[in-house]
Design a protein around this ligand. Sequence first.
Ligand code: EPU
Length: 338
Amino acid sequence: MITLQENISLRPFNSFGIDVKARYFVEIQEEADLRQLFDQGTLQLHPLLVVGGGSNLLFTRDFEGLVIRVGIQGLKVEGEGADVVVEAGAGLVWDELVQYCVGQGLGGIENLRLIPGTVGASPIQNIGAYGVELKDVFLSCAAFEIATGKMLHFDKEACGFGYRESVFKGALKGKYILTRVRFHLQKGGEVKTHYGAIEAELHQRGVTSPTIADVAEVVAAIRVSKLPDPSTIGNAGSFFKNPIISRDAFQTLVTSFPDIVHFPVGNTQVKLAAGWLIEQCGFKGMVSGNTGTWKNQALVLVNHGGATGQEVYSFSEQIIRAVSAKFHVVLEREVNVY
Ligand code: EPU
């Protein structure tokens, strides 16, 4: 049974806690609900926005179309040997999937512990943290095609994954609703501990042969220490992407800023830490009206209570201008702005 609601507040449905209204809102529990919406013409309402956990969104105004919240549940584990396929419903909370898999000794996503949001959103922006990206374990996803009402499957190649990117954010944006995702996990596989902060935390705890559960626990501890909990302080994680620039541009920059935090990307490019750039411009922990940056992570913009999306957006513009003036690097937003 699906119920189309009208003029409802989206505040509970975005982790920034921005209080805007949706003209129409519907929550779906299974693929058949989407088919029903398609058949009755509701899916043809414009504009259309699909939300899961709403953890990567900034609303700057009321949404004048239809918001669909995907609540499809379900979790299946296939395979008896070391290689296991896990299929999860798009509406499952991502961290519940991670905790379940860690508990079953299924390795591959333990570094992605505590990322807010749902399973269905995970391939869209190719979530990543602490040396692992979703694409490393992704097998395929099932998707509902909005224009035709058909179910389709996308394998890894078809998803066009990049750094916080996929075809669902690019060429196919707004055309599909992801309903289920399949992952390839491993029993007894190797843990990935090369990310500096993980190594340091394991060392501090005296853990020399970390298990999947150790890594998950360490990642959770690092995140809790650095990132604000969206259930108490509204935020959408990293607000900007870490900029990737050419090695030549980097050589120029490093002569003026010898301490610049950077990571090589192949042989020709360099990734800069946006958090560092923002901090150098004096924004770390800054409070600006009801918004600001987080005290322990300048890349995270927060809602201290009652912030409007416009306010957060204007503050982000101020940051972009400051970073651009100092470093000649233009930050790109990671969150989706509506
Ligand atoms: N840094 C600063 N000042 C700051 C923040 C960071 O100097 O205020 C420096 C740190 O010292 C560190 C470097 O920047 O040397 C990287 O910082 P961190 O490890 O916190 O990671 P990040 O690059 O800021 C990225 C992801 C996060 C993910 C972490 C851990 C992006 C846009 N963000 O942040 O993802 O959790 O790495 O892997 O790639 C998200 O996408 O929402 C998100 C939280």
